[in-house]
Design a binder for this molecule. Sequence first.
Ligand SMILES: [Cu+2]
Length: 246
Amino acid sequence: MFHYPFNPAELSKTAELWWNLFGFYLLVAIIIGALVYAGLIFIPLYYARRRGGGVDEIQPGVIPGERGRTIIVGAIVLLILGSFLTVFVESYISVNKLSEPLQELEIVDEVKKAEDISIFDGRDDILVVEVVGFQWGWTFRYPNGIETDKLYLPQNRLVLFRVVSEDVFHTFTIPDLRVKIDAIPGQVNVFWTLPEKPGTYRVQCYELCGVGHAEMITKAVVLPPELFEFWYDSLGEVIIESLEVR
Ligand SMILES: [Cu+2]
């Protein structure tokens, strides 16, 4: 029923940003892992061959000499510090890119304040969807008044989620599209995505919120623009169960 991709980067703009960061971490982990395993294998072999008179031989009354060359030890320390710094900077840049659309758009403040999202009806650049979490399910409200328990999204259009909760803490998540934002009572959280591939994706709660938590699952159906318009203009009369994409 759901679409489980190997590489989610093509599914949405948010997925692409997360996937880039993950790919970078993976690369750093592979390089460091290779160095560590190479050391584990070659250092014992190297010292095993130097039996009798190696640096580790202890002689009473003699202070051991230098155990490593300063340049090599220094280079290793710099390499470690350098990789920490790179990971830090790259993470900072990626997280910034994720919040960029929210910082640049003036509409985000309006979305936060809006009691009634009908004022965003008729915009064809941005779709505002109100996501309401409750024990135990989701309601999605659209600017033209549609209320549904399945999420419908247009392909290639910026979507802003206005996320609220009716009772306790929940977390609104579309894992494949890399959308994850808390639903907190008394607070409005705004997050975005830009779906790039039609299909049916899983929506799930990621915050333990009571006995029904595990059942807080529904679908997000990403529709091609014309099909989305068709559904939207029908005021939800048209029922689209899911969309299979090959
Ligand atoms: Cu929940």
